[in-house]
Design a binder for this molecule. Structure first.
Ligand code: AMP
Length: 231
């Protein structure tokens, strides 16, 4: 089972992708999380990418593709992979196809989270992330039990630099510039499964789980995905 969770920043795809990867016990690859880890650890990769992430720009494709190639070598990847925040450009999408092909694998579906722009801004501005384990919260919709502390590990919650209003606008602009090409690419392969991402977390989770259960292969094997064409 190889599935891409695609959508604008703040679409809720990270929340859903993490839950699905845990539930299905497959590898979870979130390039944004890996870059933040590298930045906070001060690794050469972190130093290289910091200026892009803090300004809401995309990290160069070559850097991201090398990162994903390495992440895919983890043993858990044999059972399946959920990609979150990758691919973000057409060259990344083509590189992912090539990487999977080398492994004798292919994408099964691309879940496309469609969310109104105003919802995205509201979600991002209220988002808080655990410094220790990366769990995400929202000050209004998913508040932690104790303010400022992670329910799972007690770690400190913080607001990502790039979740501030000015950078959010830039990230949305960058997303929009790339999204049409990616959607065309996956639509042409009949891989797109639209998800109405603007609803509550529970409602979206129900739709995501139903889509995953209809995948043609893997743990959710129950036939073929009823892929809807986007308008
Ligand atoms: P995210 O956590 O997915 O919102 O990513 C945070 C930031 O990391 C983005 O704004 C980009 O600067 C960078 N980034 C993450 N994934 C990618 C990717 N696939 N391609 C280019 N840049 C990325």
């Amino acid at each position: 089972m190889r599935v891409v969770f695609l959508g604008p920043p703040g679409a809720g795809k990270g929340t859903q992708a993490k839950q699905e990867a845990e539930r299905l016990r497959v590898l979870y690859i979130a390039t944004g999380d890996e870059l933040r880890k590298a930045i906070s650890a001060g690794t050469p990769l972190g130093q290289k990418v910091r200026r892009y992430t803090t300004s809401g720009q995309l990290v160069p494709d070559g850097v991201i593709i090398d990162l994903v190639r390495e992440l895919l070598t983890q043993p858990q990847g044999r059972d399946g992979v959920i990609f979150d925040g990758f691919p973000r450009t057409l060259p990344q999408a083509e590189a992912l196809d090539a990487l999977l092909r080398e492994r004798g694998e292919a994408l099964d579906a691309v879940l496309y989270f469609d969310v109104p722009a105003e919802t995205v801004v509201e979600r991002l501005s209220g988002r808080r992330v655990c410094r220790a384990c990366g769990a995400t919260y929202h000050i209004q919709y998913i508040p932690p039990k104790v303010a400022g502390k992670c329910d799972r590990c007690g770690g400190e919650l913080y607001q990502r630099d790039d979740d501030r209003a000015e950078t959010v606008r830039e990230r949305l602009r960058v997303y929009a510039a790339q999204a049409a090409g990616l959607l065309d690419y996956y639509r042409a392969q009949d891989l797109l499964v639209p998800i109405q991402g603007g609803r509550s977390i529970e409602e979206v989770r129900g739709e995501v789980q139903a889509a995953m259960a209809r995948l043609p292969a893997g743990r959710g094997d129950r036939g073929t995905v009823a892929r809807q064409r986007l308008p």
